[in-house]
Design a protein around this ligand. Structure first.
Ligand code: SF4
Length: 339
């Protein structure tokens, strides 16, 4: 907190007894008690809010009455995807390198690779704060034709373009926000007060993916990006894991996410054959799409998981560069998937 110029030769009434005015040295400066009370205002703001001119004295009583009216500090929450970036933040907090959050929240789509769930279990054991798991159900089941709660993934459409992506909001952002409402004490149906930030949500985005930084859609939540503040890239995070001897996290994202790069598909095909087979089966299941999902030139579009718009098991996944399928998380996802 910056030094308050009221310290220079001003007097503050110190102990609330009428008629007694103490010097700053005798009474302690009101600014000194602010951090403990959790309010980040200095004495100038106090004067302004009490309608005083800077030369007025603030009585101890008025000061504490004002302090009691101040909203509590926002609750710090980590949005945990159990990928490289958010796991870096979680472990930094566990080590005391950064102030620990009140809690972490993991939004489970029910279709993450087994290694992500395995890593999450290990990670939870390292953390001194709780990890809440929230879910809107299994995204794979809900994406299938005929599902009563249709999950819209960003499929590639044969008529051109991509299907509208709603999965990040429905399976990640909304369940996390619901849990945050609960953690900050907002009851069902209760509206957040205007101009009050209830929660700071840390999102694990690194400098190489800064394009994914987006403000929260809710005015009472402030998104924060501590790894950007620390100027850390994804590679810096990986180096950080090695330096501190931690298990390196896998990439977190749904098994059949159309945003996968060729490298991620290759990794799935070569090292997780069952999950690869599941993604291939899903790709075939989704081919006929849904009524209303139209490509640019067709009444009803066929859907694909890969940008080449051919069955996943027929795609040449040799390299990203020669096949043009880079990860699409960078400029498409809202910062909640894949970190
Ligand atoms: S990882 Fe992909 S499929 Fe899963 S919620 Fe995010 S954008 Fe949707």
């Amino acid at each position: 907190m910056s030094a308050c110029s009221n310290r220079q030769g001003r007097q503050h009434q110190g102990d609330g007894k009428p008629g007694i005015t103490l010097t700053i040295e005798q009474a302690g400066h009101p600014c000194d008690s602010l951090p403990a009370a959790g309010a980040y205002y200095n004495a100038h703001n106090t004067n302004r809010l009490l309608g005083m001119t800077p030369s007025d004295h603030i009585s101890n009583q008025d000061y504490h009455a004002w302090l009691e009216e101040q909203p509590p500090d926002p609750v710090e929450i980590l949005s945990l995807g159990a990928g490289v970036q958010s796991s870096t933040l979680a472990l930094m907090a566990a080590r005391g390198d950064i102030k620990p959050p009140k809690a972490a929240i993991f939004a489970d789509t029910g279709w993450e690779p087994a290694k992500v769930y395995d890593y999450l279990e290990w990670l939870e054991g390292q953390l001194p704060f709780p990890v809440y798991k929230v879910s809107r159900g299994n995204i794979r089941d809900q994406a299938k034709p005929g599902s009563p709660r249709f999950a819209s993934l960003p499929f590639f459409m044969d008529g051109g373009g991509m299907a509208r992506r709603q999965c990040t909001a429905e399976f990640k952002i909304d369940p996390v926000n619901r849990k945050i409402r609960e953690l900050v004490g907002l009851k069902k149906g209760e509206r957040a007060k205007r101009n009050r930030i209830y929660a700071n949500v840390w999102i694990g985005i690194t400098t190489d993916e800064a394009i994914r930084m987006k403000p929260s859609r809710l005015k009472w939540i402030e998104n924060q990006w501590p790894l950007i503040d620390k100027r850390m890239s994804r590679n810096d995070c990986l180096q950080w894991f090695i330096k501190h001897g931690y298990r390196t996290p896998p990439k977190s994202a749904c098994i059949g996410c159309p945003y996968h790069s060729n490298a991620t598909w290759r990794e799935l095909r070569d090292n997780s054959p069952e999950e690869w087979a599941d993604a291939v089966a899903f790709d075939y299941e989704m081919r006929d799409g849904f009524r209303g999902m139209k490509g640019k030139n067709t009444l009803k579009s066929k859907l694909y998981l890969h940008s080449q718009r051919i069955p996943l098991d027929q795609v040449d996944l040799s390299t990203d560069l020669d096949r043009g399928q880079m990860s699409l998380f960078g400029n498409e996802c809202e910062g909640m998937c894949g970190v």
